[in-house]
Design a protein around this ligand. Structure first.
Ligand SMILES: Cc1cc2nc3c(=O)[nH]c(=O)nc-3n(C[C@H](O)[C@H](O)[C@H](O)COP(=O)(O)OP(=O)(O)OC[C@H]3O[C@@H](n4cnc5c(N)ncnc54)[C@H](O)[C@@H]3O)c2cc1C
Length: 397
């Protein structure tokens, strides 16, 4: 067993970092673990649509890190990582704090990717964190008080775009004329067929217009410019929400100090960063050599977190680590108020039952977070018996 003099530092306490920290502490209670995050609360991103629609209250989806970690004896520090000095095993933070580590796990998630499209940063809304959610929400509420049929464009026909479109339609009814713009020839082109079909029905039912094979060229203050087979079209817009893609949040890494692939940190199948055996990357920022096609989801992030916790325990005991394997537990999509679609874990389910199951599955995801969700969402648990078959302690979505 190696002796641990400096802490195991985890930077980023989202789905990957949180799962890793809690599992590591559970498996090895005596290890010194320090978790650092630039925010004070965890954000359960898949429930942001329900926060927008007020189906759940914002604090239910954002439990405080201090509460989660102090309960289990993990030290939490709120700070923003600005630099990693790999040679010195040292971290630098925005308030000039320097911290040395024995092992480092970086998992700082994603930020929206505008793909350098002209005008996007200045003229679009995003939906990636609570700051985005609050900005969007106040704009939508403000516009509600003015005229009807405001033109709302959502760029990107992936899960975020589709889920957001259905929710906004259900909340604001005919206040907005909603259009989804998708570059490829179908929506949800990387998702399960069942969920795609259910989503198409949900969009049709809500009269949400979908423009396929269309690429956004520019967004100005008043227009959105789209190119497709028919040429270039400039359309009037009131609001554009950009959900067309994400990129890894890695501003604290210098370009030449680690190997990247598709902009993400390249790790081996033990989740170790190349040439830095005591450093690991997990979650959205990481790409595993030979497993480049894994989706960028909370499900993958959580499985990586829990695998790395076992592996680090093995490494500390000077045993060989085990290669990561992904288990596809299916996917769930929220489709408007009170509706969802689930495909996987041995079932396909849509409508209200899928909605209830989705919330229940999310509430069961992270044991320590569950406590805060449980207390506020006791109604979900009243229905627990109906959904027993969906409970799978180690599964994640
Ligand atoms: C609206 C929305 C809905 C989604 N729905 C689903 C879904 O239904 N199913 C699914 O599987 N996935 C879903 N996802 C994707 C999923 O949320 C991400 O894949 C997942 O959060 C990635 O986990 P992570 O730990 O890598 O990053 P995150 O969960 O984003 O956590 C990153 C953490 O790092 C912190 N951080 C960032 N930079 C720094 C820094 N410099 N210093 C310190 N801390 C820092 C952040 O504050 C954050 O707490 C959704 C995403 C969004 C935006």
């Amino acid at each position: 067993m190696k002796s641990i003099q400096k802490p195991i530092v985890i930077v980023g306490a989202g789905f990957a970092g949180m799962t890793f920290a809690l599992n590591l502490k559970n498996l090895n209670p005596s290890l010194p673990i320090l978790v650092v995050d630039s925010e004070s609360s965890f954000i359960f991103k898949p429930l942001m649509y329900e926060v927008l629609s007020k189906e759940i209250r914002s604090w239910e989806a954002t439990p405080k890190f201090a509460n989660i970690f102090s309960d289990v004896g993990i030290t939490f520090l709120k700070n923003c990582l600005t630099k990693v000095c790999f040679k010195e095993n040292m971290l630098e933070f925005s308030d000039e704090l320097k911290l040395s580590f024995q092992y480092l796990v970086i998992c700082t998630g994603s930020i929206p990717n505008s793909f350098s499209t002209k005008g996007v940063e200045e003229n679009c809304y995003f939906f990636n964190d609570f700051h985005d959610l609050n900005q969007l929400k106040s704009f939508l509420i403000k516009s509600q008080k003015t005229s009807f049929h405001k033109k709302l464009f959502i760029v990107g026909g992936g899960p975020s775009g589709v889920e957001l479109a259905c929710k906004i339609k259900d909340i604001f009814k005919d206040q907005f004329e909603i259009h989804i713009i998708e570059k490829s020839n179908e929506i949800l082109n990387r998702n399960k067929i069942f969920n795609r079909e259910q989503s198409e029905k949900a969009l049709e039912k809500r009269k949400i217009n979908v423009l396929l094979n269309s690429t956004v060229q520019e967004v100005s203050e008043t227009k959105i410019i789209i190119s497709n087979e028919g040429g270039i079209t400039s359309l009037d817009k009131d609001i554009v929400i950009w959900t067309a893609g994400v990129k890894p949040n890695l501003s604290y890494l210098k370009t030449d100090e680690i190997t990247k692939k598709f902009g993400r940190v390249l790790v081996n199948n033990n989740l170790q960063i190349e040439n830095h055996e005591n450093c690991f990357a997990i979650g959205d920022i990481a790409i595993i050599e030979g497993m480049e096609d894994l989706p960028i989801t909370a499900q993958v992030a959580m499985q990586e977190g829990s695998h790395l916790a076992k592996n680090l325990g093995l490494l500390i005991q000077e045993k060989d680590p085990l290669p990561f394997e992904f288990q596809d537990n299916g996917e769930m999509i929220s489709l408007g108020i009170g509706e969802a679609s689930i495909s996987g874990i041995g079932v396909t389910l849509s409508g209200k039952l899928a909605y209830e199951a989705r919330r229940l599955i999310y509430a069961s995801k992270l044991p320590n977070i569950t406590e805060s969700l449980k207390s506020a969402s006791s109604w979900i648990f009243q229905k627990k018996s109906i959904f027993r078959k969906f409970f799978k302690k180690d599964s994640s979505n």
